[in-house]
Write a protein of this length. Structure first.
Length: 545
């Protein structure tokens, strides 16, 4: 069975306050100043900022649950988060944490997961933990690789320098049109130069020990591109993101959308679910609204697409509006697809090795082998990398009850091609061969987990696998890619990935205009909002406390 909760089961949304979304827009809402297509973290960020800036915003979500990859689903009394596992910089001292507080107007709290947030297990019995502060992070690395102490210092210095230079690159993306394409590279020239170099090339100039390089890049799963493909600045941004530890939303990821979309509603906007946009409406070369799947046309002076750049230009843009800039986006590759195995336990999982820290199991030191090369027509190789997490242990509001009910997740990357033949098939009706393939994958992933934590096996009472086809069905990203476009140098060199598109009135938001992940997509949402209403949004951001 593919993952997602039934339409009638909305109990995964916490609290009893009326939800700030519905299938129909209330009569007292509108007309709208801006339409935001997609209610992922980027779209919700753009909508909340524009609403706070005085605009009436309509968010259109094709799914029956808003939130994109921040939503949750329920099965047999368990609740799982589909895309939020650990998030850095959510403390009050960090700008992203203050931004999240502003977007939710104080309705969402975040729990620090503890002094260790990531634990990595490599071959030959090598394990290393990543702590929640830069001082201990450096000490941990030097204790594991004492001969490389000077290189570790040089690496961390370069990370800090790279992140600082990226601020100029980000501001350069806000400059619209031909002028932006001309001066943007100059404004962010230092950041652009760093983005143009792959991580493995840049890191090899600093660190000589290949095993240390593997440890330093072991978090590549947080952005989805292995070191040979990921831009160097992307690696540095992820490292910087977690230098002060990781957080989890109190109440689970399901608490994010209600908190953010309530801000939209409180300022006169609304979110419409089951609202499937089929096409952008253009008049005189300008975006003036959207056409829904049922033919309804909704008009607004501004349209922001937060569903990803590739889906925007290939699915929503009329054929007559295609141009060289859209072809440049279409050529960019997606980040990898993934499998997510959702687990339900009854019993003391902590005593059997589960914890609040995520665990990464690597069966190789080579991250270039990180994607599991599975095929429905061939024996399964061993999974080279698995990410495991226990959401219920991270959420202080979780009540395990007398049966000690807890949730777990196992995630790994897989090629989209292994699942492409099932694209477009009906949910829960994909055939016996699909179900058999899923069962083989499930068994293999569980076997890897139980090799490490055998005591969890008798506690497992439920397991179900979400595939790239599930992701495509419910979120519709490019080839099931949870992180959107791959974080390659070519992606960051593409001058068309700006919040202001070449079409007047059409804007882009979310991860594809910055980077993937919760905070990356949130910052992409900031760029989208600032492109629509620059002065008001910047004034709001400057007032954050």
């Amino acid at each position: 069975m593919d993952t997602d909760h039934d339409p009638a089961d909305d109990t995964a949304t916490p609290g009893h306050r009326p939800r700030p979304w519905s299938k129909r827009v209330p009569a007292d809402r509108g007309p709208f100043d801006t339409i935001v297509i997609g209610s992922g973290i980027g779209g919700m960020t753009t909508a909340a900022l524009l609403a706070r800036a005085g605009q009436r915003v309509l968010v259109l979500e094709q799914h029956y649950v808003p939130g994109g990859f921040t939503h949750a689903f329920r099965r047999k009394g368990f609740v799982w988060d589909v895309g939020v596992h650990l998030v850095g910089e959510m403390g009050p001292q960090a700008m992203p944490g203050r931004l999240m507080h502003t977007l939710t107007e104080g309705r969402l709290q975040w729990e620090n997961v503890g002094p260790v947030y990531d634990t990595f297990h490599f071959p030959d019995g090598v394990s290393i933990q990543f702590p929640d502060n830069p001082t201990d992070f450096a000490k941990t690395l030097k204790a594991a690789f004492p001969a490389s102490a000077a290189e570790i210092d040089a690496y961390l210095k370069d990370v800090r320098l790279t992140v600082r230079t990226m601020k100029g690159w980000m501001m350069g993306r806000l400059i619209p049109g031909a002028f932006g394409r001309a001066v943007g590279p100059w404004v962010g020239r230092e950041g652009a130069a760093l983005l143009n170099e792959p991580t493995d090339v840049a890191l090899s100039k600093i660190v000589t020990d290949p095993k240390l390089r593997a440890v330093l890049t072991a978090q590549w799963g947080y952005h989805g591109s292995p070191p040979s493909e990921a831009a160097w600045a992307l690696q540095c941004l992820v490292v910087r993101h977690f230098l002060w530890g990781a957080y989890f939303p109190v109440g689970g990821a399901q608490a994010i959308a209600p908190a953010m979309l309530q801000t939209v509603a409180d300022h006169g906007g609304w979110t419409r679910i089951c609202a499937d946009v089929s096409e952008l409406v253009l008049e005189g070369g300008r975006a003036v609204g959207v056409r829904m799947k049922d033919g309804e046309v909704i008009r607004a002076p501004n349209v922001v697409s937060a569903i990803g750049a590739w889906p925007t230009v290939t699915r929503l843009l009329p054929e007559a509006a295609r141009a060289p800039w859209t072809e440049g986006i279409e050529r960019l590759p997606p980040s990898p697809a993934h499998l997510a195995l959702y687990l339900g336990f009854e019993g003391d999982i902590v005593a059997q090795g589960a914890g609040r820290s995520a665990e990464w199991f690597y069966n190789t030191w080579d991250h270039e082998e990180g994607s599991w090369r599975v095929s429905p027509d061939a024996p399964l190789p061993r999974a080279p990398a698995l990410f495991t997490s226990y959401p219920s242990l991270k959420d202080p509001h979780h009540d395990p009850g007398p049966r000690q009910r807890h949730t777990g997740e196992i995630i790994t990357f897989v090629p989209w091609d292994a699942f492409a033949k099932w694209q477009g098939t009906p949910w829960r009706k994909r055939g016996a061969d699909y179900e058999a393939f899923k069962q083989r994958l499930t068994d293999a992933m569980l076997d890897e987990l139980f090799q490490r934590h055998p005591g969890l096996k008798p506690l497992l009472v439920h397991a179900e696998l979400g595939t790239p086809v599930s992701t495509d069905t419910f979120a519709r990203p490019y080839h099931g890619a949870i992180y959107g476009l791959a974080g390659t140098p070519d992606r960051f060199k593409n001058d068309w990935l700006r919040p202001q598109s070449p079409i007047p009135g059409l804007y882009l938001s979310g991860s594809d205009v910055f980077i993937g992940g919760v905070v990356g997509a949130m910052m992409g949402g900031v760029l989208g909002a600032a492109a629509v209403k620059p002065i008001a949004v910047m004034r709001d951001l400057s007032a954050m406390r």
